[in-house]
Ligand binder design. Structure first.
Ligand SMILES: [Zn+2]
Length: 290
């Protein structure tokens, strides 16, 4: 093949790749300076004020590059803060794109410890906190809080107080079932943390995955987790097998959630495994095992 033809094919392919990539990113306007950034399955929030921008999870290098370009083009304000939701790389890689002397990186101390120990390939946080931290930008405040273990390490909630908007990644999801076998989740911790954030005066919920929801959606999600956990626990204490529990658990009031049919048996298996291992029921002398 002639070099010019090869070059043309290469150019067309590069353009297509670029278009597909750019097409998968979206920015949605929310309320009073808040925006939701979408990269395929992942979502983060950013806030624009006259004093600068506050960005949450950068997700990955390509997504962060696109987002930074959009913030520059649309708002042209300096990026003052980058906040990591927790330690998992699919949410917090790409931090280097925002690395700048005027940008402060914030995370929970357990997320920071994990980023440091595992040499995660993103920017290490400049500032960490233990329980709660209040960030101010212009007239806006964002309350960061740790509610105990729930998913990964140092996973926090972010409450945008003036907009009454709560952002949580991974341990609350609305419109969709919790992820498959609940890998890496502390299920009792998810219940405790979700009960905790329902104490905030929020009206809008944005998750790191899936849909935007209301306070009622978060309360309903909590009811799902509680129902799942209590039904599986009761069945395990009754000496039922995993297969039987998967057939008999009744959470049909949640059948409208995405992936309900496919992921319900996996959610059950996830709780069953935690009960066997974390709660030690697998070696409890007083429980009859099938
Ligand atoms: Zn996630």
């Amino acid at each position: 093949m002639q070099p010019t033809i090869l070059k043309r094919i290469f150019l067309v392919l590069s353009f297509l790749t670029f278009s597909l990539q750019a097409f998968s990113y979206q920015i949605e306007t929310l309320d009073d300076g808040l925006y939701r950034f979408i990269d395929d399955r992942h979502r983060s929030i950013f806030m624009i004020t006259k004093q600068g921008a506050l960005v949450t999870d950068p997700m990955n290098t390509a997504a962060a590059t696109w987002l930074k370009g959009q913030i520059k083009e649309r708002f042209n304000v300096p990026i003052k803060y980058v906040i990591y939701s927790h330690n998992h790389s699919d949410h917090i890689y790409g931090g280097e794109i925002f690395d700048d002397p005027q940008t402060v990186f914030v995370a929970h101390e357990l997320a920071a410890q994990d980023i440091y120990n595992t040499k995660a390939n993103t920017v290490a946080p400049d500032v960490t906190f233990k329980n709660e931290m209040l960030l101010r930008l212009g007239s806006k405040t964002v309350r960061l809080a740790y509610h105990g273990p729930n998913d990964g390490r140092g996973s926090i909630s972010m409450f945008f107080e003036q907009q009454k908007l709560l952002y949580v990644v991974d341990w609350i999801v609305v419109g969709r079932m919790p992820w498959q076998k609940l890998w890496s989740y502390d299920i009792q911790g998810m219940i405790n943390s979700t009960e905790d954030v329902l104490g905030y005066d929020f009206t809008t919920f944005v998750g790191g995955h899936a849909n935007i929801g209301s306070r009622q959606d978060v309360a309903r999600y909590l009811r799902y987790l509680q129902g799942l956990y209590s039904q599986v626990t009761a069945a395990v204490l009754d000496g039922k097998s995993l297969e039987l529990i998967q057939k008999t658990v009744d959470l049909s009031e949640f059948s409208d959630l995405d992936n309900y049919e496919k992921w319900l048996p996996l959610n059950v298996e996830g709780v069953y495994e935690r009960l066997m291992e974390e709660s030690g029921i697998g070696w409890r002398p007083d429980i009859v095992r099938p």
